[in-house]
Design a protein around this ligand. Structure first.
Ligand SMILES: [Zn+2]
Length: 366
């Protein structure tokens, strides 16, 4: 399996400044670090280096996205606003989206990395790809930065695939623990993209990602939210995939699947309350790959989003990328034994009820 990987050292130089998690410092908040720090991303790359996995992958060099590409999703005002902050020390560029010196340039490189990756997948230069980019993108709105996200990397890549690469149907499966509100917004009135987000019920943004947000106009029926209750484990995620995500993909038949891939659904994440494990992420990846093989010649692009436990996230990501590449580097996730045996990892009745509601949405897909 030929799996592409996008990474660049500059992704780690996007500086989010001193916060306590995501709260700006200042009395009575002592300065600490921001949740969205380079650590998780750096440690994913480091683990791939020491395991040898990185050398098994096909390196795809990122480039800066052009202004025209950013404007496939964003307003001119938003682009110019972020550009104007490029020389400023840490400031909030929108709603909880800190940027520092050079962040505009790095955000262009992040979006451009995802664009390069999607081109490689569409053109058949690789079978699938993982874009390990930063800053993340799925909360960014057309006119504002939001939730640690500056430009909507996945949404821009999707628009590019439809407008510039001749695709007519694409699907998103966002497994970040937070709602993919930006991606939903980008395609809310379109039927040429099926947007699916599986997330923790009303975590972030608050009151977003509800099950009744199903699209409007031509896009009516082509947005599926699966807002799992907090405490959902591998059983709930697997059931959501088996009963909603995979049947929806099979009904829609996209030419490409984009996965905004956050690992904050993992057990122990500081800002998520789900209980996913490496084995769980492997299982979801395998389900997607089997489905993609039948529907779209295996074409999957994953683009990195959240995940804030620097200890666990590298093992989740390594497992997923290893699965995409069909490699086995002999790395055992030392957290699996503990978090895999947490109580209520199996599907619970209240989670089953929510998934039953989501199953009803599949019939809207034509
Ligand atoms: Zn997230």
């Amino acid at each position: 399996m030929k799996t592409g990987i996008v990474f660049h050292e500059l992704y780690l130089w996007h500086h989010t400044g001193n916060h306590a998690d995501y709260i700006p410092y200042g009395f009575p908040v002592e300065p600490l670090h921001h949740s969205e720090s380079p650590d998780t991303k750096r440690r994913i790359k480091n683990l791939m280096d020491v395991s040898g996995l990185y050398n098994k992958l096909t390196a795809i060099s990122p480039r800066n996205a052009t202004k025209d590409e950013i404007l496939l999703f964003h307003t001119d005002n938003h682009y110019e606003h972020i550009k104007s902050l490029n020389g400023s020390i840490t400031t909030d560029a929108g709603i909880s989206a800190p940027t520092g010196i050079g962040s505009f340039d790095i955000a262009l490189l992040s979006a451009g990395g995802v664009l390069e990756a999607i081109d490689h997948v569409i053109d058949g230069k690789v079978d699938n790809a993982y874009a390990l980019v930063r800053p993340p993108g799925h909360h960014a709105m057309p006119n504002k930065a939001m939730g640690f996200c500056i430009f909507g990397n996945a949404a821009i890549a999707g628009k590019h695939a439809l407008k510039n690469k001749g695709l007519s149907k694409i699907a998103f499966v966002d497994w970040d623990v937070h709602h993919g509100n930006g991606t939903q917004t980008a395609f809310y009135e379109d039927s040429d993209a099926l947007t699916i987000s599986i997330h923790q019920d009303r975590n972030f943004p608050t009151n977003s990602g509800l099950i009744n947000e199903t699209g409007e106009g031509k896009g009516s029926g082509y947005n599926i939210n699966i807002p799992l209750p907090p405490g959902s484990g591998v059983g709930a995620y697997e059931a959501a995939f088996d009963r909603v995500v995979i049947p929806a993909l099979e009904a829609y038949k996209p030419e490409l699947i984009i996965v905004p891939s956050g690992f904050d659904g993992g057990a122990g994440d500081p800002i998520g309350r789900q209980m996913m494990t490496s084995e769980g992420f492997i299982s979801l990846t395998e389900k997607l790959m089997q489905s993609a093989d039948q529907i779209c010649d295996g074409k999957i692009l994953m683009t990195h989003e959240g995940g804030y436990s620097a200890a666990t996230v590298p093992f989740f990501a390594h497992s997923v990328i290893e699965t995409l590449a069909q490699e086995n580097m002999g790395i055992t996730d030392p957290f699996q034994k503990i978090i895999g045996n947490l109580g209520q990892q199996e599907l619970q009745p209240h989670q089953d009820s929510l998934i039953k509601e989501a199953e009803k949405l599949i019939k809207n897909i034509k």
